[in-house]
Design a protein around this ligand. Structure first.
Ligand code: GAL
Length: 442
């Protein structure tokens, strides 16, 4: 295992590098009863059977965790806005919800923490979902209105915006694999239409934010997976792997980069010239490597199977499927892949589900090492956000997968730092001192 101990290039992190932690509204706030994920939970679709409940109680008291974040030494924190709280019914704007977000952003700034705000992190208000979510063209205008209201109300407190979190995950799990709401399977054309609408909604939001805030920095978060053929000698596995890699990792990104319509709409002569170049940075969420291969016994996953060889380092497994191999070198690969954009890069999420903190310290130190290499290669890397500060509600895995630097008991809300919290604090300190101390090099 790469233990990340090389002091080479230790001085390399720029002074204003954003060292952060990442979160999302539904996973940490609590009191969300009006979005499609809460309906999904009521339908019994959370595999662990868990309830999000108060989550990490941020709607009442995010500030206590902001204090903990500050103790770690982070200077940035990524959170998202819950659209269903801000616009609980179509066209009705809840000033008190926007007021609570103002308080939260101000609380971060008071602690010297730079807020990075995501407008859409998987959740839709129920009224919006009932209209068809992002499968309809109308969604673009509805999302523009929401963006306008949010940025007009919060824009003096935040300049770093992420329009959509992981459009490729939202589409693949919601319209292809049926793991996320709306739970559709194998809807190839609908998935492409949703991606097209998300691209257009992103571009419209990009322009809306800039019309309100000339100095804004706006991008989206692209989930990246390293895919490897399951059987190196199988031409079919190699082809499948290449196909999945292009479709998943370039879905959305290639439209923003080049203005092409998402596959297969591009094959029918559609283009999206108006979305070309609508980003100020590239946000990358990177977690794992997966082996992809053909498996005729897996109709549920449309005959391809994703596996992890047992001898590879990995965190805890999901309830039905492995989470993936922990492969920190993929961070570098991800950043290089998106270098074609010629934009600054932020790692907006990276982490591992690891209740007992078996491999998280190694993972974090290895990630730091990969980032030093990227910076040494001249890549314009501006920040890293660890997922996550505390354990939080992991979508359809519920409380089963634990990503926190800080362990959380959702019933009592008690928190206890894992050893990783100190490891991260030391990585941050040593990047600022320009040296890698013993503790950070492990
Ligand atoms: C990302 C997602 C986060 C979090 C993380 C850990 O795909 O954006 O919300 O769930 O995965 O699995």
């Amino acid at each position: 295992m790469d233990n990340g101990s090389s002091p080479k290039h230790a001085h390399i992190f720029p002074a204003d590098f954003a060292w952060g932690v990442a979160t999302s509204a539904h996973q940490v706030e609590g009191d969300n009863f009006n979005n499609q994920w809460s309906a999904w939970e009521q339908q019994g679709r959370i595999k662990s059977g868990d309830h999000v409940g108060r989550a990490c109680d941020w709607w009442r008291n995010a500030e206590q965790d902001f204090d903990r974040a500050k103790e770690l030494g982070v200077n940035a924190l990524r959170l998202s806005l819950e659209w269903s709280k801000i616009e609980p019914e179509e066209g009705r704007w809840d000033g008190s919800a926007l007021g609570r977000y103002r308080e939260m952003l101000q609380a971060l700034r008071n602690r010297g923490i730079r807020p990075f705000v995501t407008l859409h992190h998987f959740t839709n208000p129920l009224w919006f979902e009932a209209k068809g979510g992002f499968a309809t063209r109308q969604s673009i205008e509805l999302f523009r209105r929401f963006t306008y209201q949010a940025v007009a109300a919060l824009g003096d407190l935040c300049y770093d915006w992420t329009t959509f979190n992981e459009p490729n995950v939202y589409v693949s799990l919601g319209y292809f694999l049926g793991e996320f709401p709306p739970g559709h399977r194998g809807r190839v054309l609908q998935a492409a239409a949703v991606t097209r609408n998300l691209c257009l909604a992103h571009a419209t939001a990009y322009r809306t934010i800039h019309s309100l805030q000339s100095q804004a920095s706006v991008g989206w978060a692209q989930h990246y997976v390293v895919f490897k053929p399951r059987r190196r000698h199988s031409a079919l596995d190699r082809w499948l792997c290449g196909f999945v890699d292009r479709r998943f990792n370039e879905n959305f990104a290639e439209s923003i980069l080049s203005g092409t319509a998402p596959f297969p709409l591009n094959k029918f002569g559609q283009s999206l010239a108006e979305v070309k170049g609508t980003c100020d940075y590239i946000g990358i969420n990177y977690y794992s490597r997966l082996r992809a291969g053909l498996d005729l016994r897996s109709p549920r996953t449309l005959f391809f199977q994703l596996t992890v060889p047992p001898h590879k380092p990995q965190g805890d497994s999901g309830i039905e499927i492995p989470y993936g191999e922990a492969y920190p070198k993929g961070l570098r690969r991800a950043a290089k892949r998106f270098a074609a954009f010629n934009k600054p890069i932020y790692i907006l999420e990276n982490g591992v589900p690891d209740r007992d903190d078996r491999i998280r310290p190694w993972l974090m130190k290895s990630a730091a090492k990969q980032m030093r290499k990227l910076l040494a290669d001249g890549v314009d890397l501006r920040g890293y956000f660890h997922w996550s500060l505390t354990d939080n509600f992991e979508w359809n895995e519920g409380w089963h997968l634990r990503f926190g630097l800080i362990e959380l008991d959702p019933a009592t809300q008690a928190r206890r730092p894992r050893p990783s919290a100190e490891v991260y604090a030391e990585i941050i300190r040593s990047s600022r001192n320009g040296g890698v101390s013993q503790a950070a090099s492990g």
